[in-house]
Design a protein around this ligand. Sequence first.
Ligand SMILES: Nc1ncnc2c1ncn2[C@@H]1O[C@H](COP(=O)(O)OP(=O)(O)O)[C@@H](O)[C@H]1O
Ligand SMILES: [Mg+2]
Length: 341
Amino acid sequence: MTDVVLRNISKRFGSVEAVRDLSLSVNDGEFVVLLGPSGAGKTTTLRLIAGLEQPDSGSVLIDGEDVTRDPPGTRDIAFVFQQYSLYPHLSVYDNLAFPLRSPARRVPERLIKKRVEQTAELLHVSSKLKNSATRLSGGEMQRVAIGRALVRDPAIYLMDEPLSSLDAKLRAELRLELKRIQIELGATILYVTHDQVEAMTMASRIGVIRDGKLLQLGSPREIYENPADSYVASRLGTPPINFLPAHLVPDVAMPDGTEMLGIRTEHLEIGKRNGGTLVGRVHRVEHLGEQNHVHLEYKGKMLVTLADPHQPVDAGEDVELRLKHPLYFDAAGRRIPAVIQ
Ligand SMILES: Nc1ncnc2c1ncn2[C@@H]1O[C@H](COP(=O)(O)OP(=O)(O)O)[C@@H](O)[C@H]1O
Ligand SMILES: [Mg+2]
């Protein structure tokens, strides 16, 4: 069963093409993450699904039904906004109960109580139910904001960078919890973010979006290992992928048409000089505990790779580089399949 389908959706604001011919399906129980920088069209895509914006062309289907022209209130979705959207004068309990108390839904108080308590437990805020919403930490507020969506059981949850305002530690914690909750509830989620770690850790599938265009859609592993182009390759990976013009490595075998090599840290090994032609000079070694980042220069290009902390390598030293199955890109930045292995 497919839950939400976008068919060739386009939306412009004046001269800005916010979303361009975007097609996407989010299947039942799937956690799809749209990953893109600020201004890529992520929020607009969610607002189009929610009915808060109307597309210029294309259609939105929920559970097989075309809802493109339906008002937001009739669509079976729940939206978590980027900013906390709590009612400050209400208690945590009443904030969680609010979406269920709409006159249209007519949920009995007894059922509301059950649902609120279950949700509070899921989000570890049971002890805060009587607090006023203003007397919560940032992390608790965001949990309650997510809870306001989770009390309902919609066809899809739309989440707009819900963790972006939190500090790194809390973000890491809620990332894990959100994934746990999604699995527990079997929820269908479309989540948008600019954070590659959120995308890699939570998504069943990642859609990489830029300038309103969906560039590639696939599992985190597919996107990481088989990027369609150099932009997609650059979106995932820490430290980021290195790019090296092919003409700088004339002795390396590569497919016809290769203009650029994409070299992730795992594609670049360094060692003592041993007669090879690829020689770089180490500029800086960052000690990060379990691994070292080695920044080196090769023919005027800066590259970064990882090294074992026990491997003795110092700034100023010349080292030999070994490329292990890098990615190949043509002049337009499109990926060329590696026929040479
Ligand atoms: N209501 C609006 N009026 C005019 N331009 C808008 C409006 N909403 C979004 N945009 C523009 O559309 C583009 C995509 O915006 P948005 O969907 O908010 O991106 P993201 O959420 O990925 O940061 C941006 O260039 C933004 O300035
Ligand atoms: Mg946004």
